[in-house]
Design a protein around this ligand. Sequence first.
Ligand code: ATP
Ligand code: ZN
Length: 644
Amino acid sequence: MKIKLLDGSIKEFDQAMNVKSIAEAIAISLKKATTAAKVNGRYVSVDYIVGKDSTLELITTKHEDFYKTLNYTAAFVTGVAISELFKDVKLAKVLYKEDELEYGITFEVEPRIGLEEMQNIQNKVNQIIKNDSIISREMELKEAEELFNDNEYQKHLAKEMFKTYGEVSVYTLNGVSIVSKHPIALNLKNIKVVEVQQLTGEYWLNHSDNIMLQKIHGMAAESIETLTAKKDILEDRRSRDHRIINKTLKIFGFDHLVGPGLPLWMPNGTIIKEQIKNFIKEKEWEYDYINVTTPVIGTVELYKKSGHWDHYGEDMFQPFNGGSGSDEQFILRPMNCPHHVAVYKQEQRSYRDLPLRIAEHALQHRYESSGSLTGLERVRAMELTDSHIFVRPDQVEAEFKSIYKMINEVLQTFNIQIDYLSLSLRDPEDKVKYYQDDKMWDEAEAALEKVLQDLKIDYKKCIGEAAFYGPKLDIQIKTAQNHEITVSTIQLDFLLPKKFDVTYVDQNQEFKAPIMIHRGVIGTYERFIATLLEQTKGVLPLWLAPNQVEIIPVGSEENIAYAQEVRKYLKKDFVRTHVDLRDERLSYKIRDAQTSKIPYQLVIGDQERKDNLVTYRQYGSEQQTTVKLEEFKNMILDLICNKK
Ligand code: ATP
Ligand code: ZN
């Protein structure tokens, strides 16, 4: 048989061999370093027998899946520890979350395990990883079902695995077995530390109709140093998590009666959102957009005609009736494109009217799965900085350039760190997903690529990632939780104008279909503000900070009165301030203002009052500066005006 290795080289063997022996045949040191493997893309143990031509990836201690392997193994070991400590434990699933760098194992046991048992479990785990090793076997479904006769979870996993692979991988340690399609190391000597950390619950298969299983979380690593390093990464991520930052900044909230994923913008959040909105509207003014306002609902027919109905289906809030007894059906719109098409069609447009740039800061709703809801990053009610631009084919290139320029200026103003730009193209082989018109696609894709090359922009070509209606450029970033998300997007669409019979009259008085460009300049406010909070760690620039200046009077009543005057004086120029009148020490108030990340703190004492001065200190700096009140005002107005 021929075995193709990761580096592309091919080794030949004249008999079936297990992974371990193949590794040894390549190099003795490889046998020692191999913890598990991938054969034809499927995870297997080192005892797995390869009997035919295959591709083989050895998961050595240097492989990207090594950490994953350690953690799945540690999850199983934890399950074995629980099974040894308690009676009649039914193990369910071993889990590993790449984003959270932690493993989990779900199980069922009566009575339920309490937190006080965690230390015992930890001790047992330590003992197992020192002394024992795992064995693995491939079996037929029937054999697995007999083995797991009284464990319906393993039976379910065995069935699933058999369906995909035609055999079931069973791992056994000290008489306890599980089914796993994930990599598990048989030799435990590579796991130097396992830390059992948390006890929670999880529905079987994440479905709320199913039983709530118990779940133990933990982390595993090949050394204490690696574990500490992974914990530091997690700690940094947590400190940037917008949901945690929100606890001090009070930007948004949720209420389970209002509904999951339906954000309440609190006063601070509303200020930030409005400031950003003003800025985007200024930019839209500069780039000759027209703003419209359209309703958040539309008839079902509208979305059937647009194709969203077929394409979006379950991700939409389901249709509702108009009045009682009425059979008119409406939906909460998941996107605004058809409404903007309707705006376009209010008049017959001519070639001179194009490009027509219709913009709306538009509310839309999507029924995202409850498991995917993540603070403001993924919600069910959102406001998109949306626009649909109608252009003639000869205008695509110039318009695309101009949109890109606008987006770039906006993102630079916020100092957003971009991960990469994705030019999403069609897969020409895929005749099902994509609207079929090769000439149109070729021209549009070439036009977009030309623009990117003209502008000397680095981008990744992603074949098969285009929307069904046209190619697009997405601006991708990484969140603190390591999710890859799209912030801004420019999408060409040839299809929607055709579906709605959208036209313009050209020079020869003929009706032509314009091309539509969908553009989200910063995506939704929800996702964008989540990103902003994560990238700034909550230290917002002055122009966005909900409270820009904290005024702290010290000493006499007269100084308090002066502080109030300073507030009024700044307020006239729309500077957002707050006077701290609490009966606390100055040092405490200053520390508090720092924790709340307020850009400027003013300390007002006798001297300041007498000479109409203020003493200010900037966030994160120890330096104090005393200036005339007017000078301070001019300084910060200047900064605000320049979006600093
Ligand atoms: P995703 O792949 O993240 O679900 P999408 O590709 O469906 O997004 P689009 O339809 O292109 O998103 O929507 C445009 C923008 O809307 C995205 O770039 C993103 O900023 C935002 N967005 C989409 N879904 C959500 C959501 N559930 N919560 C918050 N913002 C969202
Ligand atoms: Zn659109």
